[in-house]
Design a binder for this molecule. Structure first.
Ligand code: SAM
Length: 331
């Protein structure tokens, strides 16, 4: 698909039903009806970065900070594995408290629970990524956020788009299943730029792609911007499914924050993964990337039951395996 056609599909509000049906059919053909559940542990909201859009940015002094002790992270993972999750996603701000050694210990301990381990802890050095892989990490998620370098540098002060890109290449070289993605609706982002983002993700290519609407957080410099549109985010996700038919695509929490049915809508236009939050609620409520994050007030581990029913209600099944990218089935 050429860029012009991608732009046309992204812009065509009236024709989105047709696009969604097409993406749903492609999803069914290539990755079938299974929905893979990943247990998400948000283990630290401490971050050295200062991204203008993010509620846990370094400069937000209203955010109460935490990092979970090692044993508690492992215990949370054990409970999630006992519940039936076959993948544990460890996500945090860029918190250097979790040194190479500490992180490797956590990964190795969690791997004993017969789960795939996905990391989403941002930019590190090659030797860190290598150590984490050797400790057993299987997958890595790191969104490029936008491929518009000028926009990136404006929104992520002090960071380097080029280094983030190089991190993605390092992760690939080390044999991780690679996840990346973007936010849709960033201030100053054009449809053409989103089309370029999609082409970038196709060319990497990624094994997983997370597309989420940008939601302004009140305690950030972008508080008064208008934020992303759910339908444009869904169209972006649907086009992603057409571009890379067999990858894993999550129905993102940010979609549900904009609409109570957001995740279900996403599952019906290309998505095949859901990441219920299994973090203890005392921490979960502090991991506020954006307002309205769903499930924040629910007791821990409730995600599986509720989402399990929603999945069967739309005629889909819950994956029982590790849910790796099909072309890369060894965990
Ligand atoms: N620190 C890691 C990293 O940089 O990849 C992982 C944590 S980071 C907070 C996870 C993702 O949250 C980011 O990649 C970004 O796309 C998303 N995010 C942050 N602020 C957001 C907002 N206001 N609205 C929607 N998504 C947001």
């Amino acid at each position: 698909m050429e860029k012009d056609e991608i732009i046309r599909l992204l812009s065509d509000e009236a024709g989105e039903k047709e696009l969604f049906d097409r993406a749903d059919a492609v999803r069914k053909k290539y990755v079938d009806d299974e929905i893979h559940l990943r247990g998400l542990i948000e283990f630290s909201n401490i971050c050295r970065n200062n991204c203008l859009y993010c509620g846990i940015r370094r400069g937000n002094d209203k955010a109460a900070r935490y990092h979970m002790p090692e044993e508690e992270i492992i215990e949370t993972a054990r409970r999630a594995a006992d519940m039936g999750f076959k993948t544990i996603v460890l996500q945090s701000g860029e918190d250097m408290f979790y040194t190479r050694e500490r992180m490797s210990r956590i990964i190795a301990a969690i791997k004993k629970f017969d789960v795939a381990v996905t990391l989403s802890i941002g930019e590190r050095e090659f030797d860190d990524y290598k150590a984490f892989r050797e400790a057993g990490a299987d997958r890595y998620l790191m969104r490029i956020e936008t491929t518009d370098k000028e926009l990136y540098h404006r929104l992520d002060p002090g960071m380097s788009w080029q280094y983030r890109y190089e991190c993605l290449l390092m992760l690939k070289e080390l044999g991780y299943e690679l996840g990346s993605g973007i936010m849709v609706g960033l201030p100053g982002q054009s449809i053409e730029s989103i089309a370029e983002d999609l082409i970038f993700l196709r060319n990497l290519p990624v094994d997983m792609a997370g597309i989420g609407p940008f939601i302004p957080h009140p305690d950030t410099p972008l508080a008064r911007t208008s934020g992303g549109n759910l339908h444009l985010a869904l169209r972006t996700m649907a086009v992603m499914r057409l571009l890379l038919p067999d990858i894993n695509i999550p129905a993102t929490t940010a979609m549900e924050s904009l609409h109570p049915q957001g995740r279900i809508m996403a599952l019906q236009c290309g998505a095949n993964v859901v990441m219920p939050n299994v973090t203890d609620s005392e921490y979960k409520k502090l991991y506020q990337l954006y307002p309205g994050k769903t499930d924040v007030d629910k007791a821990p581990m409730h995600g599986f039951g509720k989402i399990g029913k929603l999945i069967t209600d739309i005629g889909r099944t819950i994956g029982t395996g590790y849910g790796s990218h099909k072309s890369n089935l060894s965990v």
